[in-house]
Write a protein of this length. Structure first.
Length: 655
């Protein structure tokens, strides 16, 4: 009856508890197949504005109305040289801008000056993250437990039943602390301290409540898989099959990030120089169109004078043709001012890559003159630099070095795991944890008993484990070999492509130089043609069509001359980029900033304890992964431009 009542009461209170749980009452159940969508419509999908403080740059918010058809001569000029434009662009480039990318639509793809630091400080793959695997680890735990259980034992003969309680009551506690350190060779050193407290009323003991504990030292050294300086530098001590995150690979990640940064700086320099020379051409193109417009205006005015006196050459069709010619040049002038390749649009592109506001009331006017001399280069030296010094080649070689190191680690993983293990322990037992020293009782306290050194234990031996067949490790080796082969094939293809691109850029230098000379001679011939035809038209010997066509040819040849001259300078720029010397060509250098003062103090404090090795030639060290710092000034052992006699290419006169 008693058990039945207890069972009924248990079931009753269980039902009460279940019905008290929110959502479990009968009137809360719903089987509606059309749930309300008001939450999703009004809250879940509502567009909200982020709570982020944004300090707008006054130079951006105070941009003036963009220029369109204003006369450039009436706008305050800003005479700017190419080196000064480079300096301003480098100083305003926290974000490395590119005319071919959009920071608005794709901000994640934009490179900044912070990218190398972000890679270096990555908590998963950075150098410090890889080194943290060798940091000393401290762990500890402390628990109290109370045990109250019924016992099922029969008293031993001669022992009164009073020593056989119906329950076993015990109170115990455990404390453990450990300091562990991983060495560069994969060895693990550990110091442990364990303390246990037990208050047990079941057994008859000399000390009813005792403290037991020990100090322990352990050394575990991998002898095959996971052991050795080289493996742990490549894969790290916490790696597995196919997982490589050692300090050498982390350092390579930083080097690759630096090369990506350098490549983006090269792209920025390339865009700045291109935008600068495009603006120079926009000015010269405007001059050519203005020259044609003024010339056509004089012709139209002359035809109108002849028409007013009803003279030969003043026919209505001639006046209409001269008028159409004028408005044709007027449209070209308007495009040269406000078109996509006009002065104001190109000037704004230059402002953008320089990191300047879109407009500040001034108009940039290039004052650096394009190179007109014939450039002579040493082809073999240029090809050698392109195949060895290009940032893309150096970056790919770091990728190959990474794959080589991964292959070394993969081969070492194809071995059994054999560890040498040694443990030594000082054990103790005491009535108290701490207490005064009692010479007559070694068990007065735990630490007194441990200090006597009477109870010492050791454990030494070998542990062996390995998967039969090494299937996964063998696949990892094969994968590392194929990956290395792929990176080497990519490098080979890069070298082939670079040789073709360098050849094309060299050909473009020669082509544009010859075209510049040809177009210069064309301008001279067209000027003479216009003067002759104007004189013949004035005498009424030819139709006006010939003069108008000659004026068009002169304006077009002037524009083509400056276009090929700028293309010649851009071809020289492209040649330097293909050769890997564009930064040096534009006097741009990359250097690491100074460290904090505390870093130098720390290096000095540690350096005073370092002693040189007596026999450094006998020291075994792993093969280095780097050949030292890269010197960009070493690019081009033979100067690219040698002093030669300049070809006379005077500026075309303009009105």
């Amino acid at each position: 009856m008693k058990k039945s009542c207890l069972r009924q009461r248990f079931i009753y209170w269980l039902c009460v508890g279940l019905t008290a749980i929110p959502g479990c009452t009968p009137n809360r159940f719903s089987f509606d197949t059309k749930p309300s969508t008001s939450y999703y419509q009004n809250f879940a999908t509502q567009i909200e504005y982020p709570d982020v403080q944004s300090n707008l740059d006054p130079s951006v918010t105070s941009v003036q109305v963009p220029l369109s058809f204003e006369n450039p001569a009436e706008v305050a000029p800003w005479e700017l040289s190419l080196p000064e434009a480079m300096r301003i662009a480098m100083g305003n480039s926290e974000v490395l801008r590119s005319l071919g990318a959009s920071v608005v639509q794709a901000p994640a793809a934009v490179s900044t000056t912070y990218n190398p630091a972000i890679t270096e400080s990555n908590p998963q793959s950075g150098v410090e993250a890889a080194l943290s695997a060798f940091d000393t680890q401290a762990t500890g735990r402390l628990f109290w437990r109370n045990t109250d259980r019924p016992v099922n034992i029969v008293p031993a003969p001669g022992i009164p039943s009073t020593f056989n309680p119906s329950s076993a009551l015990a109170l115990n506690s455990d404390f453990s602390a450990e300091l562990s350190k991983r060495s560069a060779t994969g060895a693990r050193f550990a110091l442990r301290h364990n303390v246990g407290y037990l208050n047990n009323q079941v057994q008859r003991r000399v000390i009813p409540t005792d403290f037991t504990g020990w100090f322990e030292a352990e050394w575990r050294q991998p002898l095959m898989q996971g052991g050795g300086l080289t493996y742990n530098q490549i894969a790290g001590p916490n790696s597995g099959i196919g997982v490589y995150n050692g300090v050498l690979l982390a350092r390579i990640n930083t080097d690759i990030a630096l090369h990506d940064f350098e490549n983006n700086v090269i792209s920025l320099v390339n865009d700045v120089e291109g935008a600068y020379w495009d603006l120079y051409f926009a000015y010269r193109n405007l001059e050519a169109q203005v020259f044609g417009r003024e010339s056509s205006l004089r012709t139209w005015q002359r035809v109108k004078e002849l028409q007013n006196v009803d003279a030969r050459g003043g026919e209505a069709d001639a006046e209409a043709q001269a008028r159409a010619q004028f408005f044709r040049f007027e449209a070209l002038v308007q495009n040269a001012l406000a078109g996509n390749n006009g002065i104001y649009a190109v000037e704004q592109r230059l402002r953008y890559v320089m990191g300047l506001p879109a407009g500040d009331g001034r108009l940039i006017k290039p004052i650096s003159k394009p190179l007109q001399a014939h450039v002579i280069y040493d082809w073999n030296s240029a090809m050698g630099d392109a195949l060895t010094q290009r940032v893309e080649v150096r970056r790919q070689k770091w990728q190959i070095k990474r794959r080589e190191l991964e292959l070394v680690a993969a081969r070492q993983n194809r071995r059994p795991r054999l560890d040498a293990v040694t443990q030594y322990r000082w054990y103790g037992l005491g009535d108290h944890l701490l207490g005064s020293y009692n010479s007559g009782n070694d068990f007065e306290s735990l630490y007194q008993n441990i200090g006597t050194g009477n109870y010492q234990e050791f454990n030494t031996g070998m542990e062996l484990s390995y998967p039969v067949g090494f299937r996964q490790a063998s696949v990892a080796v094969r994968n590392a070999q194929w990956t290395l082969t792929r990176e080497q094939a990519i490098l080979k293809e890069q070298e082939l492509r670079i040789s073709h691109d360098l050849s094309n850029s060299a050909r473009e230098i020669a082509r544009n130089f010859e075209l510049t000379k040809t177009n210069f001679n064309r301008v001279v011939a067209n000027e003479e043609q216009v003067e002759v035809l104007r004189a013949r038209y004035e005498r009424g010997l030819i139709n006006i069509n010939f003069l108008l066509q000659a004026q068009q040819e002169l304006s077009a040849s002037q524009s083509e001359f400056y276009r090929t001259l700028i293309d010649y300078n851009l071809a020289i720029r492209n040649f330097h980029r293909e050769k890997g010397s564009l930064l040096a060509y534009n006097q741009v250098g990359l250097a690491e900033g100074q460290w904090s003062a505390s870093a130098y103090d720390d290096a000095r404090e540690k350096g005073q304890w370092l002693q040189p090795r007596k026999s450094p030639e006998k020291t075994m060290a792993p093969r280095p992964i780097s050949q030292g710092a890269y010197d960009p000034s070493a690019v081009g052992s033979v100067p690219m431009t040698t002093p030669v006699q300049e070809t006379a290419l005077p500026n075309t006169p303009a009105s």
